[in-house]
Design a protein around this ligand. Structure first.
Ligand code: V47
Ligand code: SF4
Length: 383
């Protein structure tokens, strides 16, 4: 590939990228602090196309946040409520069933379930949510509970992660979302999410899930009080766990949304920073297949451009999102498949509907079946 740059350090990094060589912590720091956005994008796009061709993935999904009542007080969170707060809510089993039946009618393949850590609910309540969803519609993939929630479950049950996860898996859990990771560095965590699960617990929960054959995602919350060295450290820790287990599917950089939070004085990250974080993560996470530009959080325009800066996935139709909308997101609460196709095609990519495990979805209206894993199809076509 033709590549020219006046900075010899950038040329050395580019040689590594084109040669498939792993970037070091120092390379990552240099990219984050010193390298222009278009150069980062060009390098990241090379990796993105090598891994995912011209495909851009999306899925048909729905969100369920069963409660916003939370024992923790993360300063970046606009979603949580106190136990007796006027905004506090708890879903009933009937309301959960209704959400699942709505998802079924809309042809969703996945339900994404995360919420607060309720002061008074026992593990059985969280387990029952998975059971109710699974019994209402066994075909839907249940991606539920972040590592922070799993950490709460081991705290309230006094059982190890393996026990909690096995119970959830038996009830119908399909995979874990990537939330709760924030920034792993403890000096940052103490400012933004004091008391909640630390980085070693986040990692232990995902390691245990991978050990039980459950796939998971990973995230990083950027654009608040963290610095470049914290972001690179975070990415290097995720890369090391992926080397060990291979259980991560997708990485999602999450842009801090300040409205209605305890850090509302911090401006929202710019579109430039959003694109840099997508590119940086694509370049550092050489052992992750997918980087997601979560359109709900980035906005449709930036998510579209991100498909040329390292991202190969834009998440899904996302009906009923609350976490970002409570924190000031101005994006719609959902997009249709036709709207997602338009965003992807305009960006010059080929839309592919995937299920949670990145198998091709073959659709006839609201009815669907799954085909082969798309990346194995791609590898066979390239061989
Ligand atoms: O853990 C909360 C973040 C996460 C704010 O796995 C905020 O496919 C920015 O993890 N500004 C939950 N971020 C969402 C999440 C997620 C989203 C989409 C897809 C997947 C996936 C996972 O949202 C939390 C926290 O890191 N968050 N409040 C805020 N004001
Ligand atoms: Fe609670 Fe999660 Fe909000 Fe933190 S981010 S306060 S753990 S709901």
């Amino acid at each position: 590939m033709y590549f020219q740059h006046t900075d010899p350090r950038v040329c050395a990094i580019a040689d590594k990228v084109f040669g498939g060589e792993r970037l070091t912590f120092d390379d990552g720091l240099y990219l984050d602090e010193r390298v222009d956005t278009l150069t980062m994008g060009k390098l990241a796009n090379f990796v993105r196309e090598k891994k995912n061709g011209n495909y851009a993935f999306y899925n048909t999904n729905v969100h369920l946040n069963p409660t916003n009542v939370c024992v923790y007080r993360c300063t970046f969170c606009a979603f949580r409520s106190d136990l007796k707060g006027p905004r506090g809510y708890v879903f009933s089993d009937d309301a959960i069933r209704e959400r699942v039946l709505e998802a079924k009618a809309n042809g969703a393949t996945e339900i994404h379930v995360v919420g607060g850590l309720h002061h008074q609910k026992k593990f059985e309540w969280y387990l029952n949510i998975v059971r109710v969803i699974h019994e209402t519609w066994p075909e839907i993939h249940i991606k539920a509970w972040t590592a922070v929630e799993l950490n709460w479950f081991i705290h309230i049950t006094k059982q190890p992660y393996e026990w909690v996860l096995s119970e959830l898996k038996q009830a119908g859990l399909g995979s874990l979302p990537g939330g709760g990771a924030e920034i792993f560095d403890e000096s940052v965590r103490s400012q933004i999410c004091e008391h909640k699960a630390d980085s070693s617990h986040w990692i232990a929960a995902h390691r245990a899930a991978h050990g039980l054959g459950l796939r998971s995602n990973a995230t990083m919350l950027y654009g608040h009080v963290e610095e470049a060295r914290h972001r690179i450290d975070h990415l290097c820790q995720l890369r090391a766990l992926q080397d060990e287990t291979g259980g991560f599917q997708t990485f999602i950089p999450l842009a801090f949304h300040p409205e209605n939070t305890g850090m509302s004085h911090i401006p929202k990250p710019t579109g430039n920073m959003d694109l840099r974080m997508v590119a940086l993560s694509r370049l550092m996470l050489d052992n992750f297949d997918h980087i997601k530009a979560y359109w709900i959080m980035l906005g449709e325009a930036t998510a579209q451009v991100a498909l040329g800066f390292g991202a190969d996935d834009i998440d899904g139709t996302v009906v009923h999102e609350l976490i970002y909308h409570d924190a000031g997101a101005k994006t719609p609460e959902g997009l249709t498949i036709q709207q997602l196709h338009r965003l992807i095609r305009e960006a010059g990519r080929e839309p592919v509907e995937r299920d949670t495990l990145y198998r091709r979805v073959i659709r006839d209206g609201a009815r669907w079946t799954v085909g082969a894993p798309v990346l194995s199809e791609l590898a066979a076509a390239q061989a």
